[in-house]
Design a protein around this ligand. Structure first.
Ligand SMILES: [Fe+2]
Ligand SMILES: [Fe+2]
Length: 338
């Protein structure tokens, strides 16, 4: 018997003229893709599904069939803002997306940046929601590679990308901004290798991964008293390090960004209290752009700070919290007009 919902899906498939087959799939093996990031006119390299409330997935678009802009419009008109692909094919779709869309230099850097960010938002959140290191590391590898390809483009400046950067309080926005700014700073410091830059982006994207693990600790496992939250949050570099340190696909230098980004130049940071050049250079870069984005983030009931004001505030901490040479470099990145 065809019930109302099944009938609606049949109608939708017919309307979209995408496929004639219906293939139930276990939704636990699916990952979401934002409909708005699907490129019209392209032949996607993977099957695309629509998920039902009953835990079934219905094939919407078989791989290598063309995706039309009116199909995307129809989905959005029906309130469908996400479709799904098999988890074991998600990496292939991300690689294809980066190759096809992100490296398309006919688009301006800000547009490519926004497309990549919007495409990565759902997989990133999904991996964080499951606290899954196995999921988040490949997502950040591909995301970091895409960001690297945008920032390495000839003549890309901070001002080209800053207008497209969000400043809301989400962990995804913060991770994206810290990664983008880390790449700009690393490029300014003369790091030119794509592989090295992609590793920097990967470390920056996951620099606060441990916060998620701390926040998920049961209350009885947290420190007692009013210092509980502060003490818990100071654990996040160590928790992130522990979660990522045994992975062969997460570079050691990137791991140092996770572990040392709250160390301070004067030795008063955490978790160890390293000072000056004892701190890994990538972690010193991460500390500066992390502080910069902290000021840039949305502040309730307050007007956003302009970049010169933020730089002036950060500069007060040069030599105490931040490495002087790197801070000078970051100031020239942010203030460069051409
Ligand atoms: Fe942090
Ligand atoms: Fe952070």
């Amino acid at each position: 018997m065809v019930n109302g919902r099944a009938g609606k899906f049949t109608k939708l498939r017919k309307l979209l003229q995408m496929t004639v087959s219906c293939q139930p799939t276990d939704t636990r093996s699916l990952v979401p893709v934002a409909v708005r990031t699907l490129p019209a006119g392209e032949h996607l390299p993977v099957d695309v599904y629509r998920r039902t409330e009953e835990g079934q997935a219905i094939l919407l678009l078989a791989k290598d069939r063309p995706l039309r802009s009116k199909d995307i419009d129809q989905l959005l008109m029906r309130g469908v803002d996400a479709v799904y692909v098999a988890a074991d094919e998600a990496g292939r779709l991300r690689e294809w997306f980066i190759e096809k869309i992100v490296r398309d230099e006919s688009r301006v850097p800000a547009a490519r940046f926004a497309l990549l960010r919007d495409a990565m938002k759902r997989p990133f959140h999904e991996a964080f929601r499951h606290n899954s290191v196995d999921r988040i590391v490949p997502v950040c590898h591909d995301f970091g590679t895409g960001l690297t390809d945008i920032v390495r483009g000839s003549g890309v400046r901070f001002t080209d990308l800053s207008s497209a950067m969000a400043n809301d309080a989400s962990c995804f926005t913060h991770a994206t901004n810290v990664a983008t700014c880390s790449l700009l700073l690393a490029t300014e410091m003369g790091t030119g290798g794509r592989r090295e830059l992609a590793a920097i982006a990967q470390g920056a994207l996951l620099h606060d991964f441990g916060k998620r693990l701390v926040q998920n600790k049961p209350p009885q496992e947290r420190s007692p008293g009013g210092r509980a939250n502060r003490d818990a949050i100071r654990e996040h570099p160590t928790r992130g390090f522990q979660a990522l340190c045994r992975r062969a696909d997460f570079p050691w230098d990137a791991l140092m960004m996770v572990y040392q980004h709250h160390e301070r130049h004067d030795g008063n940071g955490y978790p160890v209290g390293l000072a000056g050049r004892e701190i890994h250079p990538w972690a010193r870069m991460c500390a500066i752009v992390n502080g910069f984005d902290g000021f840039r983030r949305h502040r309730s009931n307050q007007a956003p700070l302009d970049e010169n004001t933020i730089l002036a505030q950060l500069d007060c901490e040069t030599g105490k919290r931040f490495d002087e040479e790197l801070m000078q470099c970051w100031k020239s990145v942010v203030t460069r007009k051409r």
